[in-house]
Design a protein around this ligand. Structure first.
Ligand code: ADP
Length: 387
């Protein structure tokens, strides 16, 4: 273990003055969740969320001061809503770092208006759709990027928000590197490639930075990605959620004004509990599940083109029917899908004529129909109002 200790970082942060020039942010109890690992530093600064824009220079100053500590390689400071503040990340009075505070079960069952009360709308964005999975490695990010590109190919204005803050892969899949610019020093411009605007925590932190986010830090990072970004006018914002159905995902589903969620699953786990957990999570927070995409559904032999059903192909369809959720489509396990997305040109742009690209475009079209038509799993999909 190298690099400065957490105590050293806290000492350094005493050099950052409080919001109104009084005291310092450590003495004021604003610094939270400091982690220092091999010179990679992360911490949260708790603020009143209404002052988020105004206090951005304070965040930047804290990063600058810590960056100057000998041995520091990278610094990530995030603003988090302070406990109990109106509109704070955890919309109740319990401190957000009490585990249950993220998602009291009773909260999920509250009526819709209240459940959505904490969710500020994102101006100019018509629909936000989450792409989720019960566990990692099922191809959630691959599906998210191809669906975003497919929706663009279908003529929509599309953004892609990489909210997979544990392992952001969209910069690589979208073939985007570098850092987003901020002409006014307050709001970030999204990066763009293949006609789709993209924002990812991966643009802000070095790839080898361990991102061990605690709950409130996750929320703050997501809120910043969502709201401090100049998305402009978008028909659809595709949100690549972290894999799994834990606290972080539930909090996101509660906080982001989602019009619906798409669940990605492989045939072998759909019949198991993972996908169902995803369904239940969204139901709990009253986000309509738009449907299930079965990924790595069958195997296309690259040599002979023969199709072999390695897993129990068709399981997702049956399970979707059983659960009363729409089955949106299936993609095979095909090297072409892996190679193209891993090299920054996902198959929808690399080979638009391929049958897989066609499938992605058909799924994107169906999702748009559901969003605009308002029928997901037999219930009205809520509209994101334009402000
Ligand atoms: P997740 O987001 O669920 O963790 P990823 O989208 O990152 O999963 O996919 C994991 C790996 O599997 C990546 O290398 C990706 O290119 C590959 N992959 C995803 N879907 C397919 C597919 N249908 N065929 C072949 N490889 C795939």
């Amino acid at each position: 273990m190298t690099g400065p200790s957490e105590a050293t970082i806290i000492e350094a942060l005493r050099g950052v003055k409080g919001p109104d020039g009084r005291g310092d942010i450590v003495a004021l109890g604003m610094v939270n969740g400091v982690m220092a690992k091999d010179g990679n530093i992360g911490f949260a600064i708790e603020i009143d969320p209404r002052r988020a824009t105004e206090l951005e220079p304070l965040r930047a100053e804290a990063e600058r001061i810590v960056q100057a500590v000998p041995g520091v390689l990278s610094v990530t400071a995030v603003l988090t809503a302070h406990h109990g503040a109106p509109g704070a990340a955890a919309p109740r009075s319990a401190p957000p770092d009490h585990d249950h505070a993220h998602h009291g079960h009773s909260h999920g069952a509250e009526p819709r208006p209240q459940a959505r009360a904490g969710k500020a709308l994102v101006p100019g964005v018509r629909h936000i759709v989450a792409v989720a999975s019960g566990k990692g490695g099922v191809g959630k990010s691959t599906t998210a990027v191809n669906l975003a590109l497919a929706a663009h190919a279908n003529g929509l204005r599309v953004g892609l928000l990489d909210a997979d803050i544990y392992g952001p892969s969209q910069p690589r899949m979208m073939g985007i590197s570098g850092k987003p610019s901020s002409p006014d020093g307050k709001r970030l411009l999204p990066m763009e490639n293949h006609g789709v605007r993209c924002m990812s925590i991966g643009f802000m932190v070095a790839e080898d930075t361990p991102i061990i986010w605690r709950g409130p830090m996750v929320m703050s990072a997501l809120n910043q990605l969502l709201r401090d970004v100049e998305w402009g006018e978008l028909d659809l914002l595709v949100c690549d959620l972290p894999p799994g159905t834990g606290d972080a995902q539930l909090t996101m589903a509660q906080q982001v004004p989602l019009a619906g969620a798409v669940i990605v699953s492989t045939p072998q786990d759909i019949a198991l509990t993972d996908a169902r957990k995803g369904l239940n999570m969204f139901r709990k927070v009253e986000v309509p599940v738009l449907g299930i995409v079965e990924n790595m559904s069958y195997f296309l032999c690259p040599h002979c083109g023969e199709r072999s059903e390695i897993f129990s192909h068709g399981g997702a369809k049956r399970e979707a029917e059983r659960l009363g959720v729409e089955f949106l489509g299936a993609l095979p396990l095909d090297m072409a899908i892996r190679e193209t997305s891993d090299s920054g040109r996902p198959i929808v742009v690399a080979d638009p004529a391929s049958p897989h690209s066609e499938t992605y475009r058909a799924i994107a079209k169906r999702i748009w129909q559901i969003l605009e038509g308002g029928t997901a799993a037999g219930r009205e999909a809520p509209r994101i109002l334009l402000q």
